[in-house]
Write a protein that binds this ligand. Sequence first.
Ligand code: COA
Length: 182
Amino acid sequence: MEALESPRLPLGRLVRLDGADAPDVAAHYRRLDAAARYCRFAGVVPDALLERLAAEATHPAHRCFGVVIDGVLRGVAECRLGSPVAGAPAEVALSIESAWQGQGLGGVLLGALIPEARVAGARSVHLSALAANAAMLRLARRYGMTLTRDGEIEAVLSLSPPEAVAVPVRAPAAKSMPAPAA
Ligand SMILES: CC(C)(COP(=O)(O)OP(=O)(O)OC[C@H]1O[C@@H](n2cnc3c(N)ncnc32)[C@H](O)[C@@H]1OP(=O)(O)O)[C@@H](O)C(=O)NCCC(=O)NCCS
């Protein structure tokens, strides 16, 4: 777990998660109540599957952030990057445990994940949510995602390529010449 700066986080601390954190992510998934788990995975997911889903979320090919409150992971946002071909879409999904919902944590996690996907080469971010998931839809709209409705909501955000990074070219330092022998 690597702590990250997030001045907008209302409580807890923002962290980057990797494979070593998969057990914490699985424990977070297990703590989601039935409604939140259903919304997160768009269906009923048995406990036995959660370990595998946590391992996938924290796979090095993807990106995963979390919010830790009093030492416990209470929110997770994952971004599954598509094929390594530049421009592939990224699939984003979030979960906040019920007692911590509605306090701005989902917004901070999505706000951290979108630029991360862009820098990783994704040219769009996709998110699926149940049509009745008002909080997720508000969040998607806030980040400028285009929503299409077909039973579920599909939210899509196009990303521009990251700015080219200008590497300053520095002239080699002048070598001091040895003084000529007298
Ligand atoms: C959807 C979810 C990630 C949102 O995270 P959150 O921390 O609760 O949301 P925030 O506090 O950042 O609020 C997001 C927006 O939803 C609004 N909101 C929060 N709770 C709401 C509710 N119960 N009903 C309607 N709007 C709500 C907020 O006012 C905010 O709106 P704004 O952007 O216009 O200010 C969270 O509720 C969750 O984990 N739900 C279960 C899993 C899930 O649904 N995942 C999404 C599918 S992948």
